[in-house]
Design a protein around this ligand. Structure first.
Ligand code: HAM
Length: 421
């Protein structure tokens, strides 16, 4: 019978890889906590309208990439393609703003987008996502970036570039939108079908398009940054000053518009040339109108999300650095020794010593081979003779030395040796 494989674009994170994932997540938790953020866990499934209203109708995510289905009734639900919308929904649903308008939250988990899978792009992927709701001081924008850079350095990512841009606000967008539409009008021939459709509805999205013809046309298009109102220009300048204070290098990418509609003012990406076009490891920005657009008070927000698969594949950390090998292998020969090994191993495990036993009754040679294969630190050889003598040999697998241990005090002796207690 044909075996069943995983769904295309969905991948397993195997046991030899999870150590690295735990490490990266642990560093994120530690650093974000120091910056005052707390973990929130939001559902994987949300009402479809939440994403339509936040990410925006004209985006690739909403138009083409969401896993949406009817929940056996009239309600349409969607596997979350990102976490910002869910966090803002939760902030509103639990009236967090009534207790404190400032909410500093992070979440780690899977997201789902039905994109064309390739290296660094999956249909289920994971994000470490951070949101700061309730502050609009430009220094908070820089602080988010400082925290992010600190995290990337701690997980040893290098050769990355920080790019920033400003997407303005409700005041500077309309004149820009008009200038961009005017520029694109009459050039529709050179645009792909999607962009042609978006010229009137959401022309900003043309900046995002990867189709060669559209990218060429965009090169000559007006840039939002030259349309910024006084408030947005001032904000952007202060963000840059605050980054300079911390000597954080960045480039301004006036073409960066991000793939989601909710952004205002500062946006940023951390990019790599590792996968060619598929290059953002982190994306984020300010979303000052989102909370209000989702039915809440007029509260600003800013956040970012790190793509875990991309981060981990770029990181020089090795799976083997995080593999935990057993502390002890008990090679038991004969029924009586196996019975003792059974009690002993479970007592030791309960006390935190990672212990392996083989109950298959194999020869000493084959048990030693297994201990070697599992890269156990120590092996205890337990046979009839040892039980009679009430003593067994404990072998250090690193330097092949042996020492005799008393069976009566075996548990404490092993804990003393293995754990150094
Ligand atoms: P985003 O740019 O759509 O932003 O995604 C952030 C990161 O998620 C990307 O830079 C990338 O590393 C990773 N990513 C996205 N799609 C995939 C995929 N198909 N396969 C693998 N990795 C992927 C957001 O999601 C915003 N919610 C970020 C944000 C938070 N803005 C404000 N707050």
């Amino acid at each position: 019978m044909e075996s069943i494989t995983a769904v295309k674009g969905f991948k397993d994170i195997l046991p030899q890889e999870t150590g690295k994932w735990h490490y990266v997540e642990g560093v994120a938790r530690e650093i974000f906590t120091a910056f005052g953020f707390r973990e929130i866990r939001v559902p994987i499934l949300e009402k479809t309208d939440l994403f339509r209203r936040s990410i925006g109708e004209g985006t690739d995510i909403v138009e083409k990439e969401m896993y949406t289905f009817s929940d056996r009734g009239d309600e349409y639900v969607t596997l979350r393609p990102e976490a910002t919308a869910s966090i803002v929904r939760s902030y509103l649903e639990h009236t967090m703003y009534a207790v404190d308008t400032i909410a500093k939250l992070f979440t780690i988990g899977p997201m789902f987008r039905r994109e064309r899978p390739q290296k660094g792009r999956y249909r289920q992927f994971h994000q470490i996502n951070v949101e700061l709701i309730g502050l609009d001081d430009p220094r908070t924008d820089a602080e988010m970036i400082i925290m992010l850079i600190q995290f990337l350095e701690r997980v040893q990512l290098s050769q990355l570039k920080l790019q920033i841009n400003s997407l303005g606000c409700a005041a500077c967008r309309p004149p820009f939108k008009k200038a961009l539409t005017d520029y694109l009008k009459g050039k529709e021939e050179g645009l792909c079908d999607d962009c042609r459709r978006r010229v009137d509805t959401n022309p900003l999205r043309v900046f995002d398009c990867k189709v060669a013809g559209c990218a060429e046309l965009i090169d000559g298009a007006p840039r939002l940054i030259t349309f910024l109102c006084k408030v947005c220009e001032d904000h952007f300048m202060k963000v840059r000053d605050a980054l300079d204070t911390f000597a954080i290098p960045y480039e301004i990418n006036t073409k960066m518009v991000r793939g989601l509609d909710y952004y205002t003012k500062t946006t940023f990406e951390v990019i790599t040339e590792h996968w060619g076009a598929q290059n953002a490891v982190v994306g984020g920005g300010r979303y000052d109108g989102l909370v209000k657009a989702l039915g809440g008070p007029d509260v600003p927000g800013i956040g970012f999300a790190i793509g875990c698969e991309r981060l981990i594949s770029l990181s020089p950390l090795k799976d083997s650095d995080f593999l935990k090998h057993p502390d002890l292998f008990i090679a038991a020969l004969g029924d009586e020794a196996q019975t003792l090994a059974y009690t002993m191993s479970n007592r030791l495990r309960i006390r935190g010593v990672q212990t392996e036993v083989d109950y298959a009754g194999k020869s000493l040679k084959s048990q030693m081979k297994r201990a070697d294969k599992l890269r156990c630190r120590y092996t205890l050889i337990l046979g009839e003779q040892e039980i009679t003598a009430n003593k067994a040999q404990l072998r250090d697998m690193h330097d092949a030395t042996q020492q005799s241990v008393d069976l009566d005090s075996l548990e404490d002796t092993i804990i003393h040796i293995v754990k150094g207690k």
